[in-house]
Design a protein around this ligand. Structure first.
Ligand SMILES: C[S@@+](CC[C@H](N)C(=O)[O-])C[C@H]1O[C@@H](n2cnc3c(N)ncnc32)[C@H](O)[C@@H]1O
Length: 267
């Protein structure tokens, strides 16, 4: 049986009823003070509170997410996503889950590469802004509504640091990816070169929040750079992937360490 036949339940689109969160109903609507407060903060949230903050924040910034991405990365994000998909090395028509898919940019790349992506995200606002044409599912990627060994591969872009528990996420990947299937996980990095690291720190700490404030929501783009500190060092993430059941795991820095990519094969 092809893996696609074992993926259930997925319809296009599978979006549950309207959210009571005004920002989720209309992601481009003005963000209320109540919603804004949840991520406009100095300390980073943990546990269930973090999940809620992340969902509300992405619901609120969904409308301008792509624009801010292009501007703040000078279009480099397009190259990083292409590189991520190229690391899969799967057969044409393979079923690939794009987890924390956001507005579906990686799904577009997956389709261009001849794969069959499924877009999964927690934020209804982001899913509504997804124009990739891939089937869309609203779900927490730590508890996927997907059967065991049901898919050929997984991509995930810029979401590892938003997750409550990385080990639980890697275990969930190992559960849904078939033996021999591939994963490619992209996120921001911390450059090892001190000069680039210093410049990157200034850019993400000072310039990006201003770009965010101008085009979208300043508090969200103050939160995003801070959230990098949630990520463990590369060696620790590789060890976690190994423990979860992946082999041939490797870590690559892209663009001098501005981003990092973790790849592996399900044992
Ligand atoms: C920075 S965006 C990245 C979107 C897209 N992957 C990209 O490359 O542009 C992070 C996404 O992760 C989603 N997310 C965060 N935690 C999640 C979770 N536990 N389950 C599902 N989606 C989650 C957010 O809703 C948001 O859309």
């Amino acid at each position: 049986m092809r893996p696609a036949d074992t993926v259930a339940p997925v319809t296009d689109p599978y979006l549950p009823g309207e959210s009571s969160d005004p920002a989720a109903r209309d992601p481009t609507a003005a963000v209320t003070d109540h919603v804004r407060r949840s991520w406009d903060r100095e300390t980073l949230p943990r546990g269930d509170e973090k999940r809620q903050v992340v969902q509300q924040m992405f619901d609120a910034i969904a409308g301008r997410y792509d624009l801010v991405n292009r501007v703040m990365t000078f279009g480099l994000d397009i190259r990083w996503r292409r590189h991520t998909v190229a690391e899969l090395h799967l057969e044409p028509a393979s079923v690939v889950l794009d987890l924390a898919s956001g507005t579906g940019d990686l799904c577009v790349n997956l389709m261009r590469a001849g794969y069959r992506p499924i877009s999964i995200d927690l934020s209804l606002g982001m899913l509504k802004a997804d124009r990739s044409g891939a089937p869309r599912v609203q779900a927490d990627i730590l508890r996927l509504p997907i059967g065991p060994a049901a898919v050929d591969g997984v991509t995930c872009g810029f979401a590892l640091r938003n997750l409550v528990e990385l080990e639980a996420f890697f275990a969930e990947l190992a559960r849904v990816v078939r033996p021999g299937g591939r994963i490619a996980l992209l996120d921001v990095g911390i450059p090892s070169n001190p000069v680039i690291r210093w410049g990157n720190g200034i850019y993400f700490g000072k310039v990006v929040p201003r770009i965010g404030a101008l085009l979208s929501d300043g508090a969200a783009y103050r939160y995003l750079p801070k959230s990098v500190s949630y990520l463990p060092p590369p060696a620790a993430m590789l060890a976690m992937l190994n423990d979860a059941g992946f082999v041939h795991v490797s870590h690559h820095f892209l663009s001098g360490g501005l981003t990092q990519l973790l790849v592996g094969t399900r044992a």
